[in-house]
Design a binder for this molecule. Structure first.
Ligand code: FAD
Length: 266
């Protein structure tokens, strides 16, 4: 591939975006490569974030593998953090980008475009959902917020909504931090991809480690105190005390940007 004077723009700067940028540079030493991401951090390991919250990974630098200067200095890749792509015009080959710090719009012309905008956690529109200390975990910034809440020492009871992989990793790590944890799962088993008999083995192990697991029960609402902090999770069958809630009920792909473009073209 020889793309001497061409410009590759990549939207999204985590696993897919930065890997695409690095691979493009290996293929073409001279191509201009630009990455835009709405986040402050790039190229980080989401997988380690539960263990950072649990104090097993002690240094946040182990989560953030590379920062923008590394990509500029080592690979001549320009990374624009806190820049959100808001529209794509495929006819004129332009991406409209909002500089989130300055509140200014920029236009990036491209010859090739890679969309690596990933996904975001599902947040159900339940009563009380906007109370403080109800979190999702996707980004390093999310992990910093959750860890800071745990480090405050004020969290005695946590409820984890969703018994999938992220929910259970959070349960493991919050228990390590001395917090009483209840996992609430709507289905009749945790870890839905597993057969039930296998999931029951995991559930038994998790409960032996001190986690309460309730299945076949769904969260209906959240209650809080006068300072707007969550205090209780109301499920179909229970009321659970909660100083912290982690929502881990799945993710949705970030398709808004692309769908806008499809609508624009039709
Ligand atoms: C807690 C946790 C544990 C995990 N553990 C594992 C594991 O053990 N093994 C494993 O394989 N995977 C694991 N994963 C999944 C893995 O982290 C994801 O698959 C990976 O992050 C996906 O990378 P991505 O680049 O496709 O998307 P994302 O990580 O979602 O990155 C997309 C980026 O694009 C940005 N963006 C979106 N829209 C725009 C826009 N319009 N303009 C600019 N930027 C935009 C987003 O803000 C984000 O920074 C885990 C994930 C989490 C949250």
């Amino acid at each position: 591939m020889s793309n001497g004077g061409k410009h590759l723009v990549i939207i999204g700067g985590v696993a897919a975006g930065m890997k695409a940028a690095a691979k493009a540079r290996r293929e073409s030493p001279t191509m201009k490569i630009t990455v835009v991401t709405d986040e402050q951090y790039i190229s980080y390991a989401s997988c380690g974030t539960p263990y950072f919250i649990g104090n097993i990974v002690k240094d946040s630098k182990k989560l953030i593998l590379r920062e923008s200067p590394y990509f500029k200095n080592m690979h001549n890749i320009d990374v624009f953090t806190r820049h959100q792509a808001t529209a794509i015009d495929t006819k004129s080959k332009e991406v409209k980008v909002n500089d989130l710090e300055k509140g200014q719009y920029l236009i990036f012309n491209y010859d090739k475009l890679i969309i690596a905008t990933g996904a975001q956690p599902i947040v159900p529109p339940l009563p009380g959902i906007s109370l403080d200390n109800i979190f999702t975990l996707r980004t390093v910034t999310d992990a910093f917020k959750i860890k800071s809440c745990v480090d405050s020492g004020k969290v005695k009871n946590a409820v984890i909504v969703g018994g999938g992989l992220i929910g259970l990793e959070m349960a493991e790590n919050l228990v390590l931090r001395g917090i009483k944890v209840t996992v609430v799962e709507l289905l009749d088993q945790i870890l839905p991809p597993l057969d039930k008999d296998m999931a029951m083995i995991v559930q038994k192990h998790v409960m032996e480690k001190g986690v309460d697991v309730v299945t076949s029960d769904g969260v209906k609402s959240f209650e809080g105190n006068s300072s707007n902090f969550v205090t209780k999770v109301i499920t179909g069958k229970r009321q659970l005390p909660a100083d912290m809630v982690i929502l881990s009920i799945g993710i949705r792909p970030n398709t808004k940007l692309v769908l806008q473009q499809i609508n624009y073209e039709t």
